[in-house]
Design a protein around this ligand. Sequence first.
Ligand SMILES: [Zn+2]
Length: 529
Amino acid sequence: MTTQTHSTPLPDQSEVWCPPLGPVQEGGLARPRIGIAGIAIESSTFSPHISGVEAFTVRRGAELTAYYPFLEEGQELRDAAEWVPLMHARSLPGGAADPELYEAFRGEIVERIKGAGHLDALFFDIHGAMSVLGRQDAEGDLAQHVRQALGDGVLVSTSMDLHGNVSWELLESVDLITCYRMAPHEDEVNTKERAVHNLLTRLRSADGADVHKRCPLKAWVPVPVLLPGEKTSTRIEPAKCIYDQVPGVAALDGVVDAAIWVGYAWADEPRCQAYVVVTGDDETVITREAERLARLYWDAREDFAFVAETATLADGIEAAIAPEAPRPYFLSDTGDNPTAGGAGDVTWTLAQLLASEPLAAAPVRLVHASIFDAGAVAQAVAAGVGTAVDVEAGARVDHNAHGPVRLRGTVYSITEGDPVAGTQAVIQVGNVFAIVTERRKPFHHVSDFTQLGLDPAEFGIIVVKIGYLEPELFEAAAGWKLALTPGGVDQDLLRLGHSHLADGVFPFANPEEAPALRATIHRRQPAGS
Ligand SMILES: [Zn+2]
């Protein structure tokens, strides 16, 4: 299980501030032994795609330590501990994970923990929205197995995506738990660094060597609200002002960390909703602050709106072809966003574009990024650039909304060797340039287009399988609408048909009486305390 089909390096956030570690207190651990392990995937149960071994990048040993910029040679956090990299598996978002693969990963983590010798602590690096076929609350299960293997004296610090879910089973198996404070996740590295920083601070404190005293309290408040990521960008209100409160809470006396999870909307599991956890030693403060943040979130539930104007695809096309539309004009094909868990080969949108008479008549060129279909790419390669082709492409995995689409046009370009996409073909059909990749790939960067001979600045309309635009595309876009299209991550949650959510979750239910939003306090009690 060492497949490396796509190796996504963590973004460079070296400029993000993380305070220096304080000195080692008397009674603290000067150089603890800390394991690193986890599984990170965000997977939709509404997509027929199954995330198998090919989807994961598995890191072990020095390669795992090197994954974290803050653990590079010479960094303070690196030198403050003896790091024991165990195993970490990370995938692009996709459909539910293969259960045998999940169990193999879990088994390896457990075995490596057992074989690691004495550990003082574990850096548990997970996403929190892993769906596994036939299973619910996979991270709760993983955390329980990890805890069992570690024994209860080992301090566990958990780093998560804010689109993860915090079940009680997960919460009670770990000691520290935090998540991103930004969406898009520009603070991804900083969050992992904070999880490690908090862990080391705890171990270096006067209670650091005392397994009975070093576990902090956690105030946990489930918030019965489940929203799509595209409504909860922290760049805009109300999420912005709610998340702006988090660092201030974390800085209070008696508080170690504070975090708010949006939860994951495209899995049909009882744990899927928002959560607040405030960690610390002052029960009064963490309870008050966790309940306050939960109330802010609940009270704002009706105010969360899409990050950009939404439209049906037909209305989006109409806006995009209007002569006065700014160029380039972006349309997000949101229902099949592969970085949220969509299969990435839903053809519904491309089929509509190809069939659109107003678009065909408009004096504008459009790029569609993208669908994957290895067979169609091979046909384009065999034909060669500049040659006419007639191929069926896409919908090999997710054909719920539409079957394969017929591309009858000319091969515009062939590009080989992309580490994620493999070979990529651009097929021009009239004024539509359809990108077909050998393997599933999200398009987030301008270079993803330019390497195919497609300069976004030279195209009037760019349709991309994405939700909110990633920073570079956001910069490149002169106009933008979110098209509410079908797929495994349909943004119109109510038409997906969830049936296993907890009772009373907004907007699936809208109870007249506000929930109590009371914090439950948890503290792990190692045996003998
Ligand atoms: Zn996320």
